[in-house]
Design a protein around this ligand. Structure first.
Ligand SMILES: [Mg+2]
Length: 304
């Protein structure tokens, strides 16, 4: 059992990460239809505060943070219900078709394991488990060894396929190491993130493509996207390797990380959520541009 002060610190880190994830989600969504000219459109200061809506990425990450707050860890039965409850209360958040189907069945009382295993005849390998996983890493940043297990539990409730789970593990591990290296140089942190992610992500296409993006550290985003995808197929293997590359290449600057991620298109809100969650784990709330933060609708939990 964690003592009170320690769990408060873990929760504060998870909430900070959630802010970064959610701003990335909302900004990515807002710019997704004209992503190629996002740099011209990104000044949200003329927007009324709170008008950028977040999507399912944030909804599901909220369920994770609520569960961490309640239990000090991830219990898959509890989390399945937390996902389903948030979906039932606010279904119009851009959930994918299969996610809606899975969550509705859980709402209807079907056991999540059965529902999740049967999705697409073997479990979903969509990017939906990765998009919400960063706060788990931030929460358990002091103990990297538990991150893959906790990320797996958060993933398999809706994404039973090993690729879907591998994507969640990679993102959670990246956020954990980013958070652990908060006051160190971005170069040192980046090296540590790659090392841990390649070490702890299970053998999978996600892992294979992560190795490719790691090798492409000095390349342009365009080249990386050509090699590993940008989330346009909405699979974990098509999404996570580029997002990890983008987060690691711009770890010191949330704004540049988000813009260069959104600029190349693909699944813009999810890519924004993944990159935003990892970068905020490293830079803290101060790294998130103030006008972006103000433009995003408020999160339904008190800020730390
Ligand atoms: Mg979304």
């Amino acid at each position: 059992m964690m003592n009170r002060n320690k769990s408060d610190l873990c929760l504060a880190r998870a909430k900070e990460c959630l802010e970064g994830l959610s701003v990335g989600d909302a900004v990515g969504e807002a710019l997704s239809y004209q992503s190629y000219r996002c740099r011209d459109l990104v000044d949200f200061s003329a927007f009324r505060p709170g008008t950028l809506r977040f999507t399912d990425d944030t909804e599901m990450a909220l369920a994770i943070v609520e569960t961490l707050e309640r239990l000090g860890g991830i219990d898959d039965d509890v989390l399945a219900w937390a996902y389903a409850k948030r979906y039932r209360n606010d279904p119009d958040r851009g959930y994918g078709k299969m996610a809606r189907h899975i969550l509705q069945q859980i709402c209807d009382g079907m056991p999540w394991r059965e529902v999740s295993k049967n999705a697409f005849g073997g479990g979903s390998f969509g990017n939906g488990a990765a998009m919400r996983a960063a706060p788990i890493g931030a929460y358990f940043a002091d103990d990297l060894s538990v991150v893959p297990t906790m990320a797996t539990k958060s993933a398999h409730v809706t994404h039973f396929h090993p690729e879907g789970i591998a994507g969640a593990i990679a993102v959670a591990v990246a956020a954990a190491v980013a958070s652990k290296h908060k006051n160190q140089s971005a170069d040192v942190a980046t090296r540590a993130i790659w090392e841990a992610v390649l070490d702890l992500t299970p053998k999978s296409k996600v892992r294979e493509r992560l190795a490719v993006s790691h090798r492409l550290s000095g390349a342009t985003a365009k080249v990386v996207v050509r090699e590993v995808g940008n989330g346009s197929e909405i699979s974990a293997q098509d999404t996570v390797p580029f997002c990890l590359w983008s987060a690691c290449n711009h770890l010191a600057c949330y704004e540049e990380a988000l813009l260069s991620t959104i600029e190349v298109g693909g699944d813009c809100d999810t890519n924004g959520a993944i990159v935003g969650g990892i970068i905020a784990s490293f830079s803290g709330l101060d790294g998130i541009p103030k006008n972006w933060h103000k433009a995003r609708e408020p999160l339904p939990i008190p800020r730390e």
